[in-house]
Ligand binder design. Sequence first.
Ligand code: 5RP
Length: 213
Amino acid sequence: MELQLALDLVNIQEAKELVNEVKDHIDIVEIGTPVVKIEGLRAVKEIKEAFPQLKVLADLKTMDAAAYEVLKASEAGADIITILAAAEDESIKGAVDEAKKQGKKILVDLIAVKDIATRAKELDEMGVDYICVHTGYDLQAVGQNSFKDLQTIKGVVKNAKTAIAGGIKLDTLPEVIKSQPDLVIVGGGITGADDKKSAAAKMEELIKQESFA
Ligand SMILES: O=C(CO)[C@H](O)[C@H](O)COP(=O)(O)O
């Protein structure tokens, strides 16, 4: 099980400072969708150059022109690129094919998909690398989370790795870990903590304990 730090509400300099603080306790740095929109793929490039030991995920949430966007993010240094599960199958397949050519991975985000079991099964058959359940900020604000959705996709996904994102904090991480996702994505649970290094270290510890249990 890996831990991904999601950076959504920062500029490139702030991103570098945050990663520097927690770099020993995370596996993947996510350049969040708002960061890519505001700073461009330059954010991916600069973080990969500054922290080559970490994998970098570009959270493009691609909906169309998938192969081209995967190519550009790959050229910027991304190791993993995201596409929306709601995209056309042709887009998903284009993303998967381009990622294979570039030696990169595709994470598909199920945000806003209603029948996640059916879509997760289809995505799995299309050869994506990760399938992620995700409660975005706007649904977190009305008290929702993706913990049950994770169990649902674990029941149908046979090949891809499973991931979960959306409002995960230190106190809810044990419940998430029980469902054994391959990847846990945490933004505010680390970036909003008074002691970010300690929050990331405690999360890493919980994940390690469970992985070896
Ligand atoms: O993709 C995102 C928002 O669309 C976030 O990166 C993801 O939800 C993780 O952040 P947080 O833990 O703060 O919810």
